[in-house]
Design a protein around this ligand. Sequence first.
Ligand SMILES: [Zn+2]
Length: 230
Amino acid sequence: MATKHTCTIDVRCLKQHTCIACGGQFSYLFARKVVGTADTPQGASVAAEASARQQITSDVDNHPCPTCGVFQPDMIGSRRLSAQRIMWMLSVVAVVVLFILSVSHILQDDVFVPTALVVLGVTGLIQLAIDARRPNRDLDSNRQKAQGLVDRGTLRLDTAGRPPQNFDEPWRPQKSLLPLAALVLFLAALAAIAAPKIMCVAGPSIRCATPASWDPAIPRASTCNSPSAV
Ligand SMILES: [Zn+2]
């Protein structure tokens, strides 16, 4: 088995942002620990350096502008992506675990569908809430928070900007039917999952009872495993 080499780099640099709203510049200490892994020490070093470059280029900390209090679009996007990625992974893991418990007959079949439905519904609503959150709703509060960070030395005001009279987030999605369409599809997916169960409960004429021979609790007659008298 080939030996794996790792290389760790402690990234520490000042990251500067130019505010999209007021034009002011501010910076903070950007610190990350990155690890590269490869079959050779040189390869691990190259991988770690590439990862460090990628982090410095695309990753950000979440700090409001000290001049106007606006969180920058890449900060909002990065935070929103992380939160939604976590929720998506949690929902997948939860449904897969429920499915495994169901096919293992640890969880009853009639428990699996409603439980998975609740999990998907709750995580879907949390996703919508994450998407609807507006970090720039209260700029005065953001500015006070930024001032506190400046006082503690976490944030540095390099060049003061000129706060706009009326701030309107230019990166907010324009009004369209896409969010409504996404909500309709989400509800339709939940309805599709729940439909068989609802039909069983609501429609007495529909026969949904599981045949006794399918119930794992009732042993099926089998000629293969039965000891036969010779
Ligand atoms: Zn600003």
